[in-house]
Design a protein. Structure first.
Length: 399
C-alpha cells in the first residue's frame, strides 16, 4: 500500500469525550475514514450507549457499531490528574468532540482558553441539545426533544392521529453527520489560518435544516405544513399499498412522467388527461382517486408481480423491508452496505459498512467497539507517562 491509498483522515487525531449518540456518531464517521479516534470515558461511568438495546453474552451490540475504529481510554476529568492528562492529550490532538452541558468543561478548568493554550490548532466541537447559549442552553437535551421542537413530529403521522416520534435516534444521527461535516469545515479553515476554533452544534438545528423550506413557507405565505400520513402535499400517488400476499410496497411519483407511467400501468390512463393531473399539487388534491386506483391494482397481485410490473414500466416502487429483508437484499449486497467484522468478543459480526465508497482512498472498519478502558495503558504510555505515573492516576481514581 502506498501513502496515496491511505484513508483520507490518516494522521488526524480525534478525542471523543461525548456520550450516547450525536457526538460519538461524528467521531465514528471520522474514524471510518482513517482518523485515530480515542474514546475517553469516565472510569466508573461508561458511555451509556454500551448498555442501550439488545446485548449478547452481556455485551452491548449497539456499542460494537458506535465504538468501531476507536481506542478506549478512561479519565475522570474532574480529578487533577485527569485534567492534566487531557491537556497533554489535547496538545497531540486535532479535534475534541464533547457533549457536556454548557459550562461543565469550564467548571473543570478545561474550557476553550485552557484547551487552545495547550494546542492553538485544536478544533473543539461542542454538541448539545440546544447550543452553548440562549434560554434553553442549560436544559438536558436529547434527540427526542429535537424531533419534537424542530417541527418533525408535528408533520409526522396520520392527520387525525397524534404527532409521531421515530423509534430510533433520528435527530442524533442527523446531528452526528452534520457534526462530522462541521469538524471538516473547521479543519479546512485551520489549513488556511493555522488556528483552531470552537464548533457549536445544537441538535435542534440539523433536524430543522432537513425538513425543507418550512420557515420560508411560513414567512412568505403563513403556510404551516400539516400531517398527511404517507401522502405528500406535493405529488400523488405517493403512499404505501398492500399486496395480495400481505406485504407492502411504497410508490413515489415525484416526476410527472413517472406518475403517468404508474396510471397507465394500473389501467387508468384516462386520468392523465384531467387538467389537475398536470401538476404535483393537482394530483395531491385528488389523492383519493389515485390511491384507490393504484391500491386496487396492487391488492390483486403479489409483491413479486408488482415489483416486476413496475420495473418493466419504469415506474418507481420499492418493497417495505424490515431488517431481515435488508440483509438479503441483492442491491445492498452488491454495494457491500452490510459488512462482516471479526470481533474478539463475538466472532464474525455483521454491521453497516462505511457510509460511502471512495475509489482511490476508501475507508474501512478496522475493529468493532472495544471494552471499556481497553487501551488506557497503551494510550497513556504513548503519551509519555511512566508506569509510576499511570499507577498514581489509578490511585487518584483519575483512570
Amino acid at each position: 500500500m502506498t501513502e496515496d491509498t491511505f484513508p483520507p483522515f490518516t494522521g488526524l487525531r480525534v478525542l471523543d469525550l461525548a456520550t450516547l449518540f450525536a457526538g460519538p456518531i461524528a467521531a465514528t464517521m471520522l474514524g471510518d475514514f482513517g482518523a485515530e479516534v480515542i474514546k475517553i470515558e469516565h472510569p466508573r461511568k461508561p458511555d451509556p450507549s454500551r448498555g442501550h438495546g439488545p446485548s449478547k453474552d452481556g455485551i452491548g451490540l449497539w456499542w460494537k457499531v458506535l465504538g468501531r475504529n476507536k481506542r478506549t481510554l478512561t479519565l475522570d476529568l474532574s480529578k487533577p490528574g485527569g485534567r492534566a492528562t487531557l491537556l497533554r492529550l489535547a496538545a497531540t490532538a486535532d479535534v475534541i468532540i464533547e457533549n457536556f452541558r454548557p459550562g461543565t468543561l469550564e467548571k473543570w478548568d478545561l474550557g476553550w482558553p485552557e484547551l487552545s493554550a495547550a494546542n492553538p490548532r485544536l478544533v473543539l466541537t461542542r454538541v448539545t441539545g440546544f447550543g452553548q447559549f440562549g434560554p434553553s442552553a442549560h436544559r438536558p437535551g436529547f434527540g427526542t426533544l429535537a424531533e419534537a421542537m424542530s417541527g418533525f413530529a408535528a408533520i409526522t403521522g396520520e392527520p387525525d392521529a397524534p404527532p409521531t416520534l421515530p423509534p430510533f435516534g433520528l435527530a442524533d444521527s442527523i446531528a452526528g453527520l452534520a457534526t462530522a461535516y462541521a469538524v471538516l469545515t473547521a479543519l479546512a479553515a485551520r489549513d488556511r489560518t493555522g488556528e483552531g476554533q470552537v464548533v457549536d452544534m445544537a441538535i435542534i438545528e440539523p433536524m430543522l435544516a432537513v425538513l425543507g423550506p418550512q420557515p420560508t413557507w411560513y414567512d412568505q405565505l403563513g403556510y404551516v405544513q400539516e400531517r398527511t400520513g404517507n401522502r405528500s402535499a406535493n405529488n400523488a400517488p405517493r403512499n404505501t399499498y398492500r399486496t395480495a400476499d400481505g406485504t407492502w410496497v411504497a410508490v413515489s411519483t415525484s416526476a410527472q412522467s413517472i406518475a403517468e407511467r404508474v396510471m397507465r400501468l394500473v389501467g387508468r390512463p384516462d386520468v392523465i388527461d384531467e387538467p389537475w393531473f398536470a401538476t404535483g399539487a393537482g394530483r395531491a388534491a385528488h389523492a383519493d382517486v389515485l390511491d384507490k386506483a393504484v391500491g386496487a391494482w396492487i391488492a390483486e397481485r403479489t409483491r413479486t408481480e408488482v415489483l416486476a410490473a413496475f420495473e418493466k414500466a419504469q415506474a418507481a416502487v420499492a418493497p417495505i423491508q424490515d431488517v431481515r429483508d435488508v440483509m438479503a437484499d441483492p442491491q445492498y449486497q452488491a454495494l457491500g452496505t452490510v459488512t462482516t467484522v471479526d470481533d474478539p468478543d463475538l466472532g464474525p459480526l455483521r454491521m453497516q459498512n462505511v457510509l460511502f465508497r471512495l475509489s482511490a482512498t476508501p475507508g474501512g472498519i478496522r475493529w468493532a467497539g472495544r471494552p471499556h478502558g481497553a487501551d488506557s495503558e497503551e494510550v497513556l504510555t504513548e503519551l509519555g507517562l511512566t508506569p509510576a505515573d499511570v499507577a498514581a492516576l489509578r490511585e487518584e481514581g483519575a483512570v
